[in-house]
Design a protein around this ligand. Structure first.
Ligand SMILES: [Zn+2]
Length: 386
């Protein structure tokens, strides 16, 4: 029988623990490390909701990069944003949309009623139309609908708060989970180590000695991560010379946190890691890493390293935003091209592409491209009753 890594009790009732949070797209988990009681504890107020808080920090990034949870759940829609007096929301993939439909009724002298409906999307416009029909039960004498593509030209604030006490604990918890995952899933054999300090810190909030755990972006990561790799990584090392067990958690390939989980370690050197893709592909475990020199001062002397850390975080976030912007650009280009293709070749079943086709294609693509590039609002009529 396995013992709980948090309270040392026998694990009688199996309880699943995600090593890296499922909401960050990771599937790495084990039911051999935590007892039910401790697992429940981490979702109580008393625990500081460290897991939830850790995940919440990345909500905006998850949304922009469209990262589904391990259970296939879409990233959350971000609500309550504001743009020129209207409520807008951010849909998965970083698409802004108006939050609400609007309906206006105007009656003229002869008793004709005109409805003006504006809706964030076609589906919601049709819903509004159904409401009107239900209310009046008659057809319309005329129905004009326009699809307007509009650009947001004012900056919209998206809050991103990363760090803090709970974050530090969550990082230490991931590292602590990971090293036990390797042991309990028989990937390594962990020597006997006294974990009472980290247990007290994580499970009982007792040891205030958490100056030994923390966040940094300064230490080199023992693995080179390609810029476009959005996988989650965990690296953990033990150093006999430094008497430390420490590690790094890298969220979405860019946002790096470090923590020390043992500062009186006397065993042999080790270095393990895992790369967990966010699209549910199989994890890769690394059982040997090029050993790095870890500088614990960046964690212990936070003041001194604060500036470097802020700069490091800014760089990481910029890289993520670059990935998002490039994706959005590519999507828009694909959309422009496929729209032009379908318009030009609709109903055509000839074998050759003619000069005329090419002219039409290039002018349509050029026009849409210019509208998009220079953010020009465009209207096109649509048939809402289709
Ligand atoms: Zn327990």
């Amino acid at each position: 029988m396995y013992k709980c890594i948090y309270c040392n009790a026998d694990i009688i009732e199996k309880s699943n623990e995600h090593i890296i949070h499922s909401a960050l797209g990771s599937s790495l988990q084990s039911n051999r490390i935590i007892c039910k009681e401790c697992n429940n504890y981490f979702s109580t107020k008393e625990s500081g909701y460290i897991d939830n808080k850790f995940v919440e920090q990345f909500v905006v990034i998850r949304n922009l990069l469209n990262i589904k949870s391990n259970r296939g759940k879409m990233p959350p829609v971000i609500k309550k944003l504001e743009h020129e007096g209207s409520a807008i929301l951010l849909e998965p993939g970083g698409r802004f949309a108006y939050q609400k439909s609007k309906r206006e009724e105007v009656k003229d002298e002869e008793g004709n009623i005109q409805f003006n409906i504006s809706a964030p999307n076609l589906e919601k416009a049709k819903e509004q139309l159904e409401h009107v029909k239900k209310q009046y039960g008659k057809g319309f004498s005329s129905l004009d609908a326009v699809l307007r593509k509009t650009y947001i030209n004012q900056p919209i604030n998206l809050k991103l708060i990363i760090g803090g006490e709970e974050n530090t604990k969550a990082v230490a918890k991931i590292l602590y989970n990971f090293i036990h995952y390797l042991d309990r899933e028989s990937i390594i054999t962990l020597p006997s180590i006294d974990w009472s300090n980290v247990q007290n810190y994580l499970r009982y909030s007792q040891d205030p000695d958490n100056k030994d755990t923390g966040i940094d972006y300064v230490n080199p990561i023992p693995y080179s991560i390609p810029e476009e790799d959005l996988a989650n990584y965990v690296f953990i090392s033990g150093s006999e010379q430094q008497k430390l067990i420490y590690g790094h958690v890298i969220v979405f390939g860019h946002i790096t946190f470090s923590a020390i989980i043992h500062s009186e370690y006397e065993g042999a050197d080790f270095s393990y890691g895992v790369r967990q893709p966010v699209d549910n592909k199989q994890e890769q475990i690394f059982l040997e890493l090029k050993n790095q020199k870890f500088n614990p001062d960046v964690i212990r002397d936070k003041e001194r390293y604060l500036e470097v850390n802020i700069e490091g975080m800014r760089n990481s976030l910029n890289k993520i935003l670059k990935i998002y912007t490039e994706r959005a650009r590519k999507e828009e280009q694909d959309r422009i091209i496929s729209k032009a293709m379908s318009e030009v070749f609709e109903g055509y079943d000839g074998a050759y592409i003619t000069k005329e086709h090419i002219q039409k294609l290039s002018s349509k693509i050029a026009e849409d491209f210019v509208n998009w590039r220079y953010r020009i609002d465009t209207d096109s009529s649509i048939d809402l009753e289709k």
